[in-house]
Design a protein around this ligand. Structure first.
Ligand code: G6P
Length: 615
């Protein structure tokens, strides 16, 4: 969603670092962009609808010479994903107040903005945008009696809602005030320069020394570094951390798209998820971050797995893993539903929040609600230091490396792998025998190679994708542990290829959706070898009897299943618990090639955001 970059230096021109930072945030999804620069001549604001490249053109023509851009060593920049008001230039950030002397960028939503705006309008303050953010800019200006940080604190105390903000003022040259509540902000400490961003990927090109702000923090940023306070003006200290990956991890490395790169990275990513986590002797998993003793695990009566989007689908796979390996009743929960349902969770329950970004607003709220109700809470996140990981206090990091493509791929397979490790550990404290544990553990160790086998089928998958790329409607069916895999296959193709797709439990097709089948509606059937596969093969027959062409994803060597479908994608033989991983990798490649042939913008699909930080 929206992205923030800020830059403060004594002499380095801010415009380059700001635009480069915005480029690194493009993957999050946005519809307009803008920059405010502060120099001796005051503050200048440039905004543009559409892509950062358009904004860059505007800046290049406005600041023609190096000397011109060298005048501005402080600046803030933003990519906006519209919430309040259309994606127009007027609604793009930064927003200004104090006759253009103050500029502000904001992520999040100010819920009481209408009341605040009415109050300001009564004082004859004129608004030029429809956004909630502009209200905050005017409030800060109204409170500014000479101390910028105090003015921002006072303004924020009036605000209900969520924010990550960065503000500069010509009245306070050379400093920037930033604050967060519910929307992440990271500060990068460079040599004679300080960088701020809503996402660490916009910082690593300049420094890898970072400080993560916590909710309720407000900070003064200068070229020398950062001073952090609470909103009540008490100094607080936050650790400086070292980012442990470099720029290469967030570049395309020769692939046409980030999505394709991330699909191909999966064998390595999953090796990292598994590394050091298998205890061969005990036939169990080592997950120190969970910080749960066998007694703690044995006391758990129910598992609640919470997530949104692809993470929810991974959580749905978790139900089968924990129920089959650990005899643990498991309910997958859509986070927004969970948080508002007055959920029944308590001390006997283990709530596990799945989130690639660790910042999804609804998932975070579900974590907080579970903590309030006394449940044991863990995070299963990819982004180290993310809010969910920190607030859950215990958990398992995926170690899949940065995921840039909006459509999630390696996070899904890493989440399922991490849950498999958790289910193994849990199972071994319960009824899973040593022998069974050994069998599961050694198959987990094969996951990276199994995924590499699927990726080797890419040419064949691309050939089949070409045959179906024209279809505007598709169905994905599966049962048991492959039912959530069908949902994930449908989601991928909706997200990146804009194909209307429905994921169904295979038996459910007969209860209505079969009415829609025709020769124009391909069905992708998940037929890997799991209990109940023959029943799905039966459902395939029902589809073909309605002339729907069928693509099967089947286990290598399963000629019987292959004979029942029009086209087959083979995946390697494995245990049922791992079948969603290999099947989904095939579906990721299928969706990717359909999208490519349809000429879609694969890494940044329309209307979508990588990290959904509003409800
Ligand atoms: C957005 C992304 C999805 C992602 C979902 C949950 O909708 O576009 O790809 O699955 O958020 O994100 P999370 O970071 O919590 O896994």
């Amino acid at each position: 969603m929206c992205g923030i970059v800020g830059f403060v230096s004594r002499s380095t021109p801010a415009v380059g670092p700001l635009v480069n930072g915005l480029r690194r945030l493009e993957y999050r999804g946005y519809d307009s962009a803008g920059v405010a620069l502060e120099g001796t001549a005051g503050i200048k604001v440039y905004k543009q609808t559409g892509k950062v490249a358009e904004l860059d053109k505007l800046l290049k023509s406005a600041l023609k010479t190096e000397a011109e851009s060298g005048e501005y060593a402080v600046g803030i920049a933003h990519t906006r994903w519209a919430t309040h008001g259309l994606p127009t230039r007027a609604n793009a950030h930064p927003h200004v107040a104090d006759d253009g002397r103050l500029a502000l960028v904001h992520n999040g939503i100010i819920e009481n903005y209408a009341a605040l705006r009415a109050g300001l309008e009564k004082r004859s303050i004129k608004f030029i945008s429809q956004t909630d953010t502009e209200v905050l800019a005017h409030l800060i200006a109204a409170f500014d009696k000479g101390d910028f940080l105090a003015a921002v604190s006072q303004a924020l105390k009036q605000v209900e809602g969520t924010y990550g903000i960065a503000s500069i003022s010509a009245r306070h040259p050379g400093e920037m005030i930033v604050a967060r509540k519910g929307s992440p902000l990271v500060i990068g400490l460079g040599e004679g320069e300080t960088v701020v961003a809503s996402d660490v990927s916009a910082i690593v090109a300049r420094t890898r020394q970072v400080v993560y702000l916590k909710d309720g923090d407000i900070a003064r940023i200068t070229p020398e570094g950062v001073q952090i306070y609470s909103l009540d003006n008490a100094p607080v200290s936050r650790d400086v951390q070292q980012v442990d990956w470099d720029l290469g991890a967030i570049e395309k490395g020769g692939f046409e798209h980030f999505m394709l790169k991330e699909i191909h990275e999966q064998p390595d990513a999953l090796r990292n998820t598994i590394r050091g986590r298998i205890d061969r002797q005990g036939a169990t998993a080592i997950l120190a971050g969970l910080n749960l003793s066998p007694r703690d695990l044995a006391a758990i009566r129910r598992l609640v797995v919470i997530g949104c989007g692809t993470s929810l689908h991974a959580g749905m796979v978790g139900k089968y893993l924990f129920e089959s390996l650990a005899d643990l009743p498991t309910s997958p929960e859509q986070a927004a539903e969970f948080r508002y349902s007055n959920p029944i969770v308590g001390p006997d329950d283990w709530a596990v929040a799945l989130s690639q970004s660790g910042e999804t607003a609804d998932t975070l709220a579900a974590v907080r609600e579970s903590i309030r109700k006394g449940a044991l809470v863990s995070g299963l996140c990819n982004v180290v230091g993310s809010t969910i990981a920190r607030e859950a206090g215990r958990g398992v990091y995926l170690h899949a490396g940065p995921e840039i493509s909006v459509a999630s791929t390696k996070a899904f397979t890493a989440q399922v792998t991490a849950m498999l490790l958790m289910a193994l550990k849990m199972g071994r404290t319960r009824r899973l025998s040593h022998e069974e544990g050994v069998r599961i553990a050694s198959e987990i160790e094969r996951i990276p190679d199994l995924v590499a086998d699927v990726i080797r089928e890419e040419d064949e998958i691309a050939r089949i994708a070409a045959k179906y790329a024209h279809a505007d409607d598709m169905f994905f069916i599966g049962r048991g542990i492959l039912y959530p895999a069908a949902l994930e296959g449908a989601l991928k193709i909706k997200e990146i290829a804009y194909v209307h797709a429905e994921g169904y439990q295979a038996a459910e097709l007969k209860h209505g959706p079969i009415a829609l089948l025709s020769a124009q509606t391909p069905v992708v059937a998940l037929l890997a070898d799991i209990p109940g596969k023959e029943k799905t093969v039966g459902n395939v027959q029902e589809c073909r009897a309605r002339q729907a062409p069928v693509v099967g994803v089947a286990t290598k060597g399963d000629d019987d299943a292959a004979a029942q479908v029009d086209d087959v994608i083979f995946v390697p033989r494995t245990i049922p618990e791992i079948s969603p991983i290999v099947s989904v990798v095939a579906l990721q490649l299928f969706a990717y090639h359909v999208a490519r042939l349809r000429g879609c913008e694969i890494d940044q699909p329309r209307n979508l955001a990588k990290s959904v930080t509003v409800e």
